[in-house]
Design a protein around this ligand. Structure first.
Ligand SMILES: Nc1nc2c(c(=O)[nH]1)N(C=O)[C@@H](CNc1ccc(C(=O)N[C@@H](CCC(=O)O)C(=O)O)cc1)CN2
Ligand SMILES: Nc1ncnc2c1ncn2[C@@H]1O[C@H](COP(=O)(O)OP(=O)(O)OP(=O)(O)O)[C@@H](O)[C@H]1O
Length: 225
């Protein structure tokens, strides 16, 4: 982030703004973070995607060993600018992990489809999603690890997404339908320089418990840290 802005309307060092609302501050930050993602050199992006893919598969291995049983991971089909190698999905499936990926259904919590192959279809808003039967939003309650796409995360676990509220609604649903004990880590997936000191937040923002970055690996944030 630009560290200092002299008395303007933009976000200051804390991500908050003296004069704009939380939604405006979030929108301004989103634009900056997306611009920065788009301007990353291909080599940096690819190295980041591979590193995060390795951290995620290693964590899935650890959770599988700890439970001594196959686990379910809520993943996502990475967009071109996101720091997750798409190869991580078949790599997880090849390890026996049940991999779910999201499908958008309006302003409801995300629906889920089991990832079985790279075959995709174009869903709402032109977003790519996997072909296959919909499992329903409550499928999130069967998950042992949630990978949460994010544009940034702060040290208290606040996360900035793309602005649809899809993951906030989904993680709120998990609080009521979750059947897994202990509850699954909620792992925000970001670049190293997207872990910020503070983000603008409102009461509907659902915090994450962990963050994974290319160089930092998996770390706890917020009350889990
Ligand atoms: N990989 C991924 N899947 C996800 C999400 C996400 O953030 N990432 N979502 C989180 O809620 C939901 C979909 N929301 C989305 C919102 C905007 C765009 C979008 O702007 N797409 C641009 C490419 C942007 C980029 O590469 O950075 C486009 O298609 O042109 C995509 C998905 C569910 N699935
Ligand atoms: N649990 C919820 N129930 C109803 N509306 C919600 C909920 N969570 C978020 N919203 C609404 O969704 C909209 C977008 O929220 P926000 O800007 O926090 O999205 P985001 O976290 O960036 O997106 P996403 O969760 O999809 O990654 C806001 O209008 C917010 O009030």
């Amino acid at each position: 982030m630009t560290p200092d802005r002299p008395n303007g309307d933009g976000p200051d060092r804390t991500g908050q703004s003296a004069t704009s609302s939380v939604p405006d501050a979030k929108a301004a930050l989103r634009r900056e973070l997306l611009d920065r993602r788009r301007s990353r050199p291909d080599a940096e992006r690819q190295a980041a995607r591979e590193a995060v893919g390795g951290h995620v598969t290693a964590l899935a291995d650890t959770l599988t060993v700890a439970r001594n049983a196959a686990i379910t991971v809520a993943a996502f089909l990475p967009l071109p600018t996101e720091p997750l190698d798409p190869v991580a999905l078949p790599a997880l499936a090849a390890r026996g992990v049940r991999v779910l990926v999201p499908a958008v259904t309006g302003a409801s919590p995300l629906d889920w489809v089991q990832y079985r192959s790279a075959a995709t279809t174009v869903g709402e808003h032109g977003i790519e999603e996997p072909a296959g039967p919909r499992l329903g939003p409550d499928a999130i309650g069967t998950v042992h690890l949630v990978l949460v796409p994010a544009l940034a995360v702060d040290r208290t676990g606040h996360r900035l997404g793309r602005g649809g509220g899809h993951y906030d609604r989904t993680l709120a649903l998990l609080d009521t339908v979750g059947t897994i004990s202990p509850p699954p880590p909620l792992l925000a997936v970001v670049f190293d320089d997207e872990v910020l000191d503070a983000l603008p937040a409102d009461p509907l923002d659902h915090p994450v418990t962990h963050v994974v970055t290319p160089r930092g690996g998996v770390r706890a944030v917020g009350s889990a840290s």
